[in-house]
Design a protein around this ligand. Structure first.
Ligand SMILES: [Zn+2]
Length: 96
């Protein structure tokens, strides 16, 4: 069984099961933060997750949700934009 080793700010090193963590993914960057309750002191912890941490957590089956930064453009806007690029007449759309 996979365990994930991380640290609690109070207790130091702790081991968690994948089901005890949750991951917040930022759609565009592929990074985010992971959250867990320390099994020793019960404290809620929130840690930044870089690309490597994100891929490790996803590989171990940690549940995740995608969070959008409201100041950023959304995935659907990007999809629409790249679709209009693919269509080859984007310059017409810009001018039109
Ligand atoms: Zn703790």
């Amino acid at each position: 069984m996979t365990t994930i080793r991380t640290t609690c700010t109070t207790c130091g090193e702790v081991e968690l099961m994948p089901g005890e963590l949750s991951l917040e993914l930022t759609a565009l960057s592929g990074t985010g933060a992971y959250l867990f309750a320390c099994p020793t002191c019960g404290d809620s912890q929130r840690r930044p997750a870089n690309h490597r941490v994100v891929s490790i957590l996803l590989a171990t089956g940690v549940s995740y949700q995608v969070v959008d930064d409201p100041d950023r453009i959304t995935e659907s806007e990007i999809a629409r934009f790249s679709a209009s690029l693919d269509s080859g007449n984007w310059i017409d759309q810009l001018l039109g």
